[in-house]
Design a binder for this molecule. Sequence first.
Ligand SMILES: NC(=O)c1ccc[n+]([C@@H]2O[C@H](COP(=O)([O-])OP(=O)(O)OC[C@H]3O[C@@H](n4cnc5c(N)ncnc54)[C@H](OP(=O)(O)O)[C@@H]3O)[C@@H](O)[C@H]2O)c1
Length: 407
Amino acid sequence: MADLFRVGLLGHGTVGAAFATLLEDRADAVEAITGLRPELSGVLTRSRGDFEDIVERSDLIVEVMGGLDPARDYVLRAMAAGRHVVTANKQLLSTHGEELWAAAREHDVQLRFEAAVAGVVPVIRVLQESLAGAHVDRLHGIVNGTTNFILTQMAETGASYADALAEAQRLGYAEADPSDDVNGRDAAAKMAILARLAFNTPVHIDQVRYEGIEHLTADDMAYARDLGLGLKLIGTAERIDGGLSVRVHPAFLYGAHPLASVSGPFNAVTIESEAITEVTLSGPGAGGPQTASAVLGDVISAMIPPASTPPATDSLEIVTDVESGFYLHLEVADRPGVLAQIAQLLGLQGASVKSVVQKGLGENARLVMVVHPLLESRFFAAVDLIAGLDFIRAKPRAIRVIDEQFT
Ligand SMILES: NC(=O)c1ccc[n+]([C@@H]2O[C@H](COP(=O)([O-])OP(=O)(O)OC[C@H]3O[C@@H](n4cnc5c(N)ncnc54)[C@H](OP(=O)(O)O)[C@@H]3O)[C@@H](O)[C@H]2O)c1
């Protein structure tokens, strides 16, 4: 009879319940891999279980409660008691990561968190292990399945944002309160964690600029198709002038970009480095059984050899103004000289137009253009001036364009 490996479970919701089932189903396989038989030693919810008692009877704690409080306290106390911890909690790591990783090192225990970013896609392991020797220049990620599902629906069916969100809720891809998904904050937390690992620099969620998808229209999708563009909520972390920029916003991609074809609730992360060119990982970004599978992978890893998140070795300055290409949608009165005036205002800020589509006539005329990359501050200064022109009939809409292809 193999020795037991006792797993204490904090949280028994979507992920916790799926994990408890999976642990039992896969116990033989885990025993074959590790030589130890995993067993659930206790479960904590709001209505059952005692934290101290569970820690006492466990070799490892799985935290799938979510939130900051009391999760932070429980994770710290479990590690102080010498227990490994596996968590799926991106809010916690993007807010208190440095404190928690330091505690793991201090107490010589493992703190694993593969499920906290992109669900079952093994991007944490790849950054911590496979690409540990690579000098990463940039990451792009579709790290929120809810918003990717909504944008895919809008693009494929012409649905409005509100209808696509309702469909996502009906199918279980969006929660009743989808705020943190659709406003970009969930993706920002995940990008903070990825940036921390890829660039060895502490990144707090408050340092990640984010925009959501609530203001996007079916119209943007239709125009973008004519320009050969697809719309995604993209997280970016990249080195800029010796600093680091981490941000989340909707962005158009040309069809050849590796993230352009990632559709529905899938997640994907593209890692760029000179030596490796580009690596893209993709797969289901959420869901109880899927996330539970990533959690169990971490438990098995913790049962074998040690791994840790070393102290941050860099302290790159966080950059806030970056270069972007833009899609600009303008509702204009159709008069001679309109395009020339707009081009002049863009030109004064150093923006040059890459392509233009004009649709409609008279009071219904629309100009949609793609502008070559320039500093965002300069682009928005031009847009402010354009918005004040007397032939502009509605607030201009600007969305970033990521214009890269890999060969
Ligand atoms: N759902 C996904 O697809 C997914 C994917 C990736 C990562 N995650 C992450 O996984 C974690 C759990 O998500 P979930 O969807 O499984 O959440 P959930 O369904 O809301 O379940 C949360 C569980 O934690 C328990 N809990 C919450 N606060 C507690 C407290 N103060 N004391 C004791 N127990 C408490 C709840 O107890 P009660 O049952 O008593 O309320 C419930 O059992 C979160 O960090 C989330 O971000 C989720």
